[in-house]
Write a protein that binds this ligand. Structure first.
Ligand SMILES: [Zn+2]
Length: 332
């Protein structure tokens, strides 16, 4: 057989093998996504609204679900929430911290009373960081110290940003950034009212609409990630310690699993180079890292960054924007 024929047969066979491998691998092994679940405003956003005993029971169930699915979450505490009044921390609330730490989960600082950088001085911010580690720090026993910036605000100017970063580094903190920051708080606020009113019908409706919203949110995040990095990244998702996420954790986990997400820890997520890119973003807006990089690369105006594409149900916006806890909808 002439060399050319053998060669072309070899190429053809190799090509077919490659094509078959490609199709079988994409069919059998769809893109593997990775996410670290993080929960801010620990132990509980509405800690004064419910007896600590009730929150203890909810947190216990939440932790056992997270463990059951091997989620490796991180939470960020506002220690002010441990003080009912006066200067002594409520031991029953400190017990909530112990539950989390004893589960082996990461716990970081989120400022004693959530002092953000757009409406406070750097000195106030620094004092809040140091005051916010008095109780949890001895409890995490030498584990990595993480700090989650309140409102995700990095500082209004590059000078403030670098002073804050230097201060946190000197105090052995690693900043825990966020790549997925949804308007979960709108759904959560609406849900907390249905929860308080014991309105099962609306609790169910809000949870379902929340998952529908998250599906659209994740597809935008996917577009942004591909546009900015042309690859998949290790994501860090921002949630809050509220009734909504605690009650829907099983659904949230199965939803992310359905999108082929694997659950990773914060330190695993931070091995992704996107979190160590030179990032000079400063400003009042508390943005996730994708939006910060989009601003720096001047691609922020692209449709991929337009979250208004997602329609938030009108009743969610109405419930979230009213201060009243008198629930306006019937339970039938
Ligand atoms: Zn917060």
């Amino acid at each position: 057989m002439p060399f050319q024929t053998i060669f072309s047969q070899y190429i053809t066979t190799t090509c077919w093998a490659a094509i078959l491998l490609f199709f079988s691998s994409t069919a059998l092994y769809p893109q593997q996504n990775e996410v670290c679940f993080t929960f801010d405003d620990f132990p509980y956003v509405q800690i004064d609204r419910y007896p600590t005993k009730a929150i203890h029971a909810k947190l216990t169930g939440f932790i056992s679900t997270l463990k059951k699915y091997d989620i490796k979450p991180a939470a960020f505490i506002n220690e002010v929430k441990l003080f009912r009044n006066g200067r002594i921390a409520d031991p029953k609330r400190v017990e909530l911290v112990k539950l989390w730490v004893d589960a082996g989960f990461d716990l970081g600082n989120h400022g004693y009373k959530h002092v953000d950088l757009s409406s406070h001085t750097v000195e106030e911010f620094k004092a809040d960081v140091l005051q916010g580690e008095k109780i949890f720090l001895p409890m995490i026993k030498g584990k990595q110290k993480y700090f989650r910036l309140p409102e995700l605000e990095v500082g209004n100017t590059p000078e403030i940003k670098s002073e804050v970063e230097k201060f946190l580094a000197e105090n052995d903190y690693i900043i825990a950034p966020v790549s997925m920051s949804a308007v979960e708080f709108l759904f959560a606020f609406a849900y907390s009212k249905a929860y308080y009113a014991k309105n099962e019908k609306f609790k169910k409706k809000i949870s379902e609409d929340y998952i529908t919203y998250l599906a659209e949110f994740l597809s935008i995040i996917d577009e942004q990630t591909q546009l900015l990095f042309k690859r998949n990244i290790k994501h860090i998702m921002l949630f809050h310690m509220n009734e909504l996420n605690i009650d829907t954790i099983e659904e949230l986990i199965s939803f992310f699993k359905g999108k082929n997400y694997k659950f990773i820890s914060l330190d695993e997520a931070l091995t992704d180079s996107v979190y160590s890119l030179p990032n000079t973003f400063a400003g009042k807006a508390g943005l996730g890292i994708l939006s910060q990089i989009a601003v720096l690369k001047k691609v922020g105006g692209k449709p991929a960054f337009n979250f208004d594409r997602i329609k938030i149900p009108e009743y969610i916006i109405e419930l979230a924007s009213s201060d009243s806890y008198d629930f306006p909808y019937k339970n039938d």
